[in-house]
Design a protein around this ligand. Structure first.
Ligand SMILES: [Cu+2]
Length: 497
């Protein structure tokens, strides 16, 4: 089917699947013009809001951690940095709208740069659909991000960067990223987040939604929404890698410097759209605290500051946004999600560990008692069961993601018991969330994983539960070589909701 790239009558541009473009031509004009714009934006001073580094600093900027910084250069004023840098919203119901606006103004800056370079006027950001089961290369970086040179022989900025006074160097990524090889596996790109019946998570945990808990400004720390956890967090770490030489995508402060970051987030933005369309019951928050009270600030391509709220960002075809996705089909077509509890149900804790759990490169097991519910969950015939993994901290990073198994017998190899795998904790952002400073409270990350069907078919109303944590192994990375990084889970608890 022929997809019209630009519906000029309605001013709607189409964000296309990067792998479909690449299969037609590894240097499809959408990618070649992107590469040229990246080079142009990297040539602008960091004080220019349309520069590559300014755009990346919106996500997070840490002085001393910018690999493209030149000694003695001038940065924007402290007050400008406070307003526009280190603003990304995580562990929050603003995760989706913040990143949607972030991509929108980035896309407008790239498109304007392409126009100035003499390129087409209808450029739109492509997306990387790593979960596409019809594409055997879906888990590989698209070829334009692995080629050393552009078709004219000049260095390819989608793979290389030039440090101040240096020569073109590979952008630090995981071992497989620049090879003709997968960077992730099926676990990393699992889309079961789309089966969540709610957008908003409980703010105390014990119930996870697609989008995250209701918060005010929240740069890091707290409970991750289902999509932010996976595939968002897992793919950050899969592309960036782990260990002492981990790459840009694994840290908040460098992620936006890697040109693949924007195609990854474009796919995350697309998944929000897929979720909304897959059921009329899937809706965005109606609360004004989400829609209109919280304002986010960016710069447009003309360098003028702009302000937006989430409520202005819900319709991608609205004039402010003006885009649609090539494909928003539902990978779970026909699968109906049932909400056992109403949106306002109060989760009740029925058991927890009494001491922090330290994770390691080998399997770590923890067991705790469960008591019968006495509060709201006691009235429910079939409450949902949620595992809460709270206050996860690490001082050094980036660290590997951990898989969580429920009641895995000590004699069983985890790879033989996928039926007991409850979920994954991608630790993207854990070091940032463990720091106590202006933008971070220091109390770490928290995950909530629903295990209703696992527990109900096995030890429903059991009096204890045992969890096993194991580092997640990725293509090209041996678990044993990742190296032990001290990761602590403050508390593990079980909730009925
Ligand atoms: Cu991200």
């Amino acid at each position: 089917m022929e997809i019209p790239v630009n519906d000029s009558k309605n001013g709607i541009r189409t964000r296309q699947d990067v792998w479909k473009l690449s299969q037609a031509d590894p240097w499809h004009p959408v990618l070649l013009w992107y590469a040229r714009a990246v080079t142009a934006m990297q040539g602008r001073a960091v004080t220019d809001p349309t520069s590559w580094r300014y755009q990346a600093a919106i996500h997070e900027h840490t002085a001393g951690n910018d690999p493209m910084a030149a000694a003695g250069e001038t940065l924007p004023s402290k007050s400008e940095q406070n307003s526009f840098w280190t603003q990304c919203q995580h562990n929050s119901w603003f995760f989706f709208p913040f990143h949607r606006a972030y991509l929108l103004y980035f896309e407008r800056i790239v498109a304007d740069t392409i126009r100035q370079l003499g390129g087409p006027s209808d450029w739109a950001l492509p997306y990387w659909n790593y979960s596409d089961q019809s594409n055997e290369k879906a888990l590989y970086l698209p070829p334009a991000f692995r080629a050393a040179a552009l078709p004219d022989g000049s260095p390819n900025p989608l793979r290389l960067y030039t440090p101040p006074g240096g020569v073109p160097t590979d952008i630090p990524r995981s071992p497989n990223a620049n090879l003709d090889a997968p960077v992730a596996n099926a676990t990393d790109v699992d889309l079961s987040c789309l089966l969540k019946p709610r957008f908003t998570s409980s703010s105390v945990g014990g119930q996870v939604g697609l989008g995250g808990p209701g918060t005010w400004f929240n740069h890091s720390n707290g409970h991750l929404g289902a999509c932010e956890s996976r595939p968002h967090g897992t793919m950050h770490v899969a592309v960036g890698g782990t260990g002492p030489n981990a790459g840009w995508m694994s840290n908040f402060t460098t992620a936006g410097l890697d040109p693949i970051f924007w195609l990854h987030h474009c796919n995350i933005d697309r998944l929000w759209e897929v979720w909304l369309r897959r059921s009329p019951a899937n809706t965005n928050p109606a609360a004004s605290a989400w829609r209109s009270v919280f304002t986010m600030y960016f710069h447009d391509f003309d360098r003028k500051p702009v302000a937006v709220t989430s409520g202005q960002l819900t319709d991608t075809a609205a004039p402010l946004l003006g885009y649609r996705y090539e494909d928003v089909s539902d990978p779970y077509e026909g699968v109906v999600t049932v909400t056992a509890a109403p949106e306002e149900s109060i989760p009740e804790m029925v058991g927890a560990t009494s001491a922090p759990v330290t994770l390691s490169t080998i399997r770590v097991t923890v067991k705790f008692d469960i008591h019968a519910p006495t509060g709201p969950a006691a009235k429910s015939e079939a409450p949902e069961v949620h595992l809460n993994l709270e206050n996860i901290t690490a001082v050094e990073g980036p660290t590997e993601s951990y898989l969580v198994f429920v009641n895995l017998p000590s004699t069983d190899a985890p790879e033989n018991r996928p039926d007991l795998e409850a979920g994954i904790m991608p630790l993207f952002g854990v070091v940032e969330a463990s720091r106590g400073d202006r933008q971070h409270t220091g109390d770490g990350l928290s995950y909530s994983i629903e295990i209703t069907s696992m527990l109900r078919t096995r030890e429903w109303r059991a009096d204890s539960v045992e969890l096993t944590f194991l580092p997640h192994e990725r293509p090209g990375v041996d678990r044993a070589t990742v190296g032990a990084k001290p990761v602590t889970v403050g508390r593990v608890s079980l909730y009925y909701a």
